[in-house]
Structure formats: structure tokens, C-alpha cells
Design a protein around this ligand. Structure first.
Ligand code: ADP
Length: 180
């Protein structure tokens, strides 16, 4: 049976504003926000931490089994917030938002978080080389991947509104195809 609500991935380099956007969209639309990093940490879906980078080495099988056991693929209405996206099966995902940020803005956000040395460098390089945008484009159909700027609060407001409008349109399209 077709999902009644879409599932959305919000991805991008750490610090671009994934959590900020995901929380707001989830609250406004009543969607479930899944902070994937938090789940990996809380449920122990990892094989330890890369000490230099400070990020979890994710056990993708365990993570995907956990997500599979939710109602995500049947009901939709989930927002997956993660700094990677290729691991999520295409059939689960209806929209992929890639947030982008100017490097000076990102530098300030990451240093404010206490990132330094290799961890700071790797993340800055990743944003400059648009690693997440490429990953999204390689993993999903071109028309469901949307790149949005997240540099100031006006951007957040405009992006959230745009995502909400997209969800409305998606629902209309679903109804139409169900009635056709
Ligand atoms: P991520 O989840 O991608 O790591 P967060 O949403 O935690 O990013 O944002 C990192 C920091 O940057 C937070 O302090 C947040 O308030 C701020 N921030 C993120 N996006 C914006 C934005 N578009 N305008 C202003 N501040 C932002």
C-alpha cells in the first residue's frame, strides 16, 4: 500500500543546520524526527568511535534493521537527520534535502562546537568539496534531491516553508494517483 505521507532525509556536513531544520519541520507537520546519530549512539549501533574524527563507526545493518522495524516504510511521515544518506534504501525516501553553508559561516559554527584539528579540517573540506551533495545525487533520483542554503535564520524560515509546500504537493499527487 502506498504511504500517506512522504519520508524526508535532511543531510549535509555537520553544522549546516540539519537538526534545526528537522525539528522545525517535524513540529510544524507533526512528522517524526529521527536523529540518526543519536540513535546510533543510544542504541549502540556502532563499532566504536573514530577517535581522531570523533564520529561513530556505524553498524549499518543494525541501524537499518531498527529503522525497518518502525512504521517508516508503511506510513511515512519521518524525517531522517544524518550526515550521510546513501545507506537509506531508495524505496523509503521521497525527498532528500542537502543543506549547504558558506565555509566562513560553517567554520564559526564548528569551532563554536569545539571542533578542531583533523575533525574541523575534514568537515570543512567535505563542505567545500560538496561531498554530501554528490553522495545524494549518486544515491537518489535527481528530481528528489534538493540543495538548500542554510546560512541565516531567514534561510531556515524559507526552507521550512518550502519543504512544507512540497509535502502538501506530494500529498495531493498521492491522492490523485490513488483516485485515478
Ligand atoms: P547539524 O544538525 O547539521 O549539525 P545544527 O542544526 O545543530 O546543525 O546547527 C549547528 C549550529 O548552527 C546551531 O547552533 C544552530 O543554531 C546554528 N544554525 C544552523 N543553521 C542555521 C541557520 N540557517 N541560521 C542561523 N544559525 C544556524
Amino acid at each position: 500500500m502506498a504511504r500517506k505521507l512522504p519520508n524526508i532525509v535532511i543531510t549535509g556536513t555537520p553544522g549546516v543546520g540539519k537538526t534545526t531544520h528537522a525539528e522545525q519541520v517535524a513540529q510544524n507537520l507533526g512528522f517524526k524526527h529521527i536523529s540518526v546519530n543519536q540513535i546510533v549512539k543510544d542504541e549502540g549501533f556502532h563499532e566504536g568511535k573514530d577517535e581522531e574524527l570523533g564520529s561513530w563507526i556505524v553498524d549499518e545493518d543494525k541501524l537499518l534493521d531498527y529503522l525497518e522495524a518502525t512504521s517508516l516504510s508503511e506510513t511515512g511521515g519521518y524525517i531522517l537527520d544524518f550526515h550521510a544518506c546513501e545507506l537509506f534504501p531508495e524505496r523509503w525516501i521521497d525527498l532528500v534535502i542537502v543543506l549547504r553553508c558558506d565555509s566562513t559561516v560553517l567554520y564559526d559554527r564548528l569551532t563554536a562546537r569545539g571542533y578542531k584539528d583533523r575533525k574541523l579540517e575534514e568537515n570543512m573540506d567535505s563542505e567545500i568539496m560538496q561531498v554530501l551533495l554528490e553522495e545524494a545525487r549518486e544515491s537518489y533520483k535527481e528530481e528528489i534531491v534538493v540543495e538548500l542554503k542554510s546560512e541565516n535564520t531567514d534561510d531556515v524560515e524559507a526552507n521550512v516553508e518550502r519543504i512544507e509546500q512540497w509535502v502538501e504537493q506530494w500529498k495531493k499527487n498521492q491522492e490523485q494517483s490513488a483516485n485515478a
